[in-house]
Structures are given as structure tokens and as C-alpha cells.
Ligand binder design. Structure first.
Ligand code: MN
Ligand code: MN
Ligand code: MN
Length: 273
């Protein structure tokens, strides 16, 4: 089964529309797809699914764990459930508050109305740091998004305003209440020590989390070995996702992760259609 269970569209910070993502997934041989935009299920409104492609409803929710931001993917959630309505409302409000704070911090750089500029780049989606990066590039303050993050938006820089996300326990509760499976996204992206990551996973499991992205984007063999061990040690089902945001020569492609390591329980076996 060629599965890709972590993908973004223009409903959050991806550059392809939901329809374009579905078409591209089919082109790349994906049989099982979940669109998992940041904090919104809007991509599923009026989405047409071609025959030959199975879709699982998904969302990538931002959460707080031990003063850090972590991402929890909810797979198989009922998007009309009160829990998902509440989750999207809370997180969109958190994003709006954060965007307003970032805009305040960037104003002294000489950007004319940073919030409006970022909103223009967001094209109706919730404003995030990549949109501020685009605004900084457009204004000629930096030459590319990488420089925008290095100088102004990354950790410890002026645009790093902290986070406003709900606690991990709350986010997992929402996913379970919506009938979904809670998946820890890209476990190696947090740059935690192994002991800290294990502490996170102990909490995650105690709070009702039951799966982990064993395959995320383009991981090397050593990374896959580490995430596989974590799945085994914590009795977690295994998920895989490209975390595709945009077509890019060096970036991950839809369906790029390859098959799950043998002996792990694929997360889709835990999802009730
Ligand atoms: Mn993103
Ligand atoms: Mn993420
Ligand atoms: Mn993502």
C-alpha cells in the first residue's frame, strides 16, 4: 500500500490546492492519502476523490508540551464533530493572536503593515511565519525565506513570539473525541535528546496517543531505525507521510517515504472508516 498520511495544501501553508494535491498524489502512485493541513480541515470542503484513491480525513494540530511546540496529526477524525469544530476555532484564534504579535515585532524593520502583507501571502489561509517570510522577501529586507527565518523569525529572533497553543493532552483529547487516532508527527524534527523524546512519548501514550510517524519526509536509514525502535518500545502504530508543502527539486515528493518497516502495525489498521 503506497500511503501518504501527512500533506499540506493552500488551506494552510502548502502551495497546491486540495484538488491539485489529489491529482498529484494519483500521479505519484499514492493509494491512501490524508491531507493534514495545520489546524484546519477546510481542504475537505467539496473535495472530489477519484476512484483508485482512498482518503483518510486528517489534520495537523499544534500543541504545547513542556514549553515546546509539538505537532499531533489526527487521522480518521470526524470533521463535523464538536471536538474538531472546537479544535479549529481554538487554534485559528491562537494563530491570529500569534500573527498579530509577530507583526508588532516586525514593524520596526520598515515593513508597511506587516500583518496585511503576510495576509496577502496567506491567500485567505491562517497567517503563519512563512507568510511573514514572504512579506520580508517582497519588501527587499531579506533575499529569501531562509534568511528571513535565520535573522528575524527563527528561534530566539525578534519574531519568535512564543506560542499560544493548547496543551498536548487537550489536543489528543479533541482527536479522540472526534473518533480519530493521534499520531506524533515527525518525531525527529524537534531536535530533542533521546531521553527527552522518550519522556514526551510516555506522556503522549498516557494521554491517549497511539501512533507515530516512523517515516517522515526524506529520512535516512539511521533515522528510520530510531523511529522504528520508538514505535516498538512504546507500542505505537506506524504512520508515514511526506509532509509535502510544495513542489521542490530537493524537497519531499508525495508518496516518497516508501513502505513501512516490517513488523510494525500500520496506523490505517487502527482507523475505522
Ligand atoms: Mn507547514
Ligand atoms: Mn509539522
Ligand atoms: Mn506538516
Amino acid at each position: 500500500m503506497r500511503a501518504d498520511l501527512h500533506v499540506h495544501t493552500t488551506a494552510s501553508d502548502g502551495t497546491l490546492s486540495p484538488a491539485a494535491i489529489v491529482a498529484r498524489a494519483v500521479e505519484h502512485g499514492v493509494e491512501l492519502l490524508s491531507i493534514t493541513d495545520h489546524d484546519t480541515l477546510a481542504a475537505y470542503d467539496a473535495l472530489q476523490v477519484p476512484s483508485g484513491l482512498t482518503m483518510i480525513t486528517g489534520v495537523e494540530l499544534s500543541a504545547r508540551w513542556d514549553r515546546m511546540t509539538v505537532h499531533i496529526v489526527g487521522l480518521g477524525v470526524d470533521r463535523a464533530s464538536p471536538a474538531m469544530v472546537q479544535a479549529q476555532k481554538t487554534l485559528l484564534a491562537a494563530r491570529a493572536e500569534r500573527a498579530a504579535r509577530i507583526a508588532e515585532k516586525l514593524a520596526p524593520l520598515g515593513l508597511d503593515d506587516p500583518l496585511a502583507a503576510a495576509q496577502r501571502h496567506a491567500c485567505g489561509a491562517a497567517v503563519g511565519r512563512p507568510h511573514f517570510a514572504s512579506a520580508l522577501v517582497e519588501a527587499g529586507i531579506v533575499t529569501d525565506a531562509g534568511e528571513a527565518f535565520r535573522r528575524y523569525l527563527g528561534a530566539g529572533k525578534r519574531g519568535d513570539v512564543g506560542h499560544f497553543w493548547p496543551e498536548q493532552a487537550t489536543v489528543i483529547e479533541w482527536i479522540l473525541a472526534a473518533g480519530g487516532v493521534a499520531v506524533l508527527a515527525h518525531p525527529l524534527h524537534y531536535r530533542m535528546t533521546m531521553s527527552r523524546l522518550k519522556r514526551l512519548l510516555r506522556d503522549f501514550v498516557a494521554q491517549g496517543g497511539s501512533a507515530i510517524e516512523v517515516l517522515s519526509g526524506r529520512q535516512n536509514a539511521d533515522e528510520i531505525r530510531r523511529t522504528t525502535l520508538l514505535a516498538r518500545q512504546f507500542g505505537l502504530a506506524a504512520s508515514c507521510g511526506s509532509d509535502f508543502h510544495r513542489p521542490h527539486r530537493y524537497g519531499p515528493e508525495l508518496g516518497c517515504t516508501g513502505p513501512l518497516p516490517a513488523g510494525l502495525i500500520p496506523v490505517w489498521e487502527r482507523i475505522t472508516p
